[in-house]
Design a protein around this ligand. Structure first.
Ligand code: SF4
Ligand code: FES
Length: 366
């Protein structure tokens, strides 16, 4: 066994509780209960182990991480471990005093998600009446603290036409970066794929909007944008390659090579309650299964891009083919590539109704 490279980033999913109900949520369809969540002290130990492994960046996510009352304590543990902490939040549970407490605890960066630039549509997509207005107030408060702000806009057929307005919103809110993130289709999003997949014409228009905005706003706003898989000819390098750069820890403490890995069958994901991160990173079957290139089927095995995209996304391969070890169908060389065209064709005929993420649990902070 060759020694794996050091991981760069840790995604800490502190809770699955969330007041929003986005139909493209990246959480698993089986959500963890509050009673299963790791406590702050255990997160602190995990952060120290991550830093010792070489992790530099910590993403505090959920669900909505601010649903945890002990979030300042968790942030303080991150700062003490020397990690750069990024809070990924909907903003709707954080007021000025709570944000000040997080800044005082050592928070480095805030990433605020918005569902649309237009209030009625944003609240419909997020499934929370009044949510968009609360996000705008929160962004003002972030700016007042002086913390750097990234705006994250998940885009799809029902909001992509308002990309120019989303760029204007990022500027108005004082964000330094805008992530235009196309929906990834597994979990909840796969259930809603017909209502979410954009058309080719929408995508081409959006790509041109981004190109022009990057020129016009150089030095003012950084725009992250990747062509979505269903319209691509080659897949993205998901997670920078399985078990190469990235570790996710679920609310209950399961350690995953990607946030969606619990959708894959045939795995037993080890827990931080029983093993150190170092043991899991280097020794677990879960992290070794698709690490490197030895596991790859043809056409990946003989392909010159195999160490660029690492065969694409395992979760997407499973979602579309039933085989997590298949070449990602986003690749035009995959024998399953036609499935994407079929999905696009079906979505073009479909309506706009959502199946919302079901909480089944209280969304209030505890
Ligand atoms: Fe990537 Fe495999 Fe397609 Fe080559 S065949 S481009 S390695 S997904
Ligand atoms: Fe799991 Fe891509 S989302 S490997």
């Amino acid at each position: 066994m060759t020694e794996p490279p050091a991981p760069l980033g840790l995604l800490a999913e502190l809770t699955h509780r969330c007041p929003l109900r986005c139909p493209y949520c990246s959480n698993p369809t089986e959500l963890s209960r509050a009673s299963e969540e790791l406590d702050a002290a255990t997160w602190g130990r995990v952060f120290r182990e991550a830093a010792a492994l070489g992790v530099l960046q910590l993403h505090l996510s959920g669900g909505e991480p601010a649903a945890r009352r002990d979030l300042p304590e968790i942030v303080a543990h991150a700062a003490a471990a020397g990690l750069y902490s990024n809070l990924i939040t909907s903003g709707v549970l954080l007021d000025a005093p709570r944000l000040a407490a997080l800044a005082a605890a050592g928070l480095d960066h805030v990433q605020l998600s918005v569902q649309d630039a237009e209030e009625g549509s944003a609240d419909r997509i997020g499934g929370l009446p009044g949510g968009h207005a609360r996000k705008l107030r929160f962004a003002e408060e972030v700016r007042a603290t002086g913390l750097p702000l990234t705006l994250n806009a998940v885009v799809h057929r029902q909001n992509l036409d308002r990309l120019p307005a989303l760029i204007d919103l990022a500027l108005a809110l004082g964000a330094g970066r805008l992530e235009v993130a196309h929906v990834q289709y597994y979990g909840w999003a796969l259930r809603n794929r017909d209502a979410l997949l954009p058309t080719r014409a929408q995508l081409d228009a959006a790509t041109e909007v981004v190109r022009a905005a990057r020129v016009a706003l150089k030095g003012r706003l950084v725009i992250d944008y990747v062509v979505p898989d269903y319209h691509a000819h080659r897949p993205k390098s998901c997670m920078g390659g399985w078990g190469r750069q990235f570790i996710a820890v679920s609310p209950a403490g399961r350690v995953l090579p990607c946030h969606a890995a619990e959708s894959l069958p045939g795995f037993r994901f080890p827990s931080v309650r029983e093993h150190s991160l170092a043991e899991i990173w280097s020794g677990s079957d879960a992290f070794q299964r698709f690490r490197g290139t030895a596991w790859m089927p043809e056409p990946c095995q003989g392909c010159e891009r195999r160490e660029l995209d690492w065969g694409g996304c395992r979760c997407q391969a499973f979602a579309l083919t039933g085989d997590a070890a298949a070449t990602d169908p986003a690749c035009a060389l995959s024998p399953h590539h036609h499935l994407l065209d079929l999905a696009l064709h079906e979505a073009a005929e479909a309506g706009r109704e959502f199946t919302y993420r079901e909480m089944g649990r209280a969304a209030a902070a505890t």
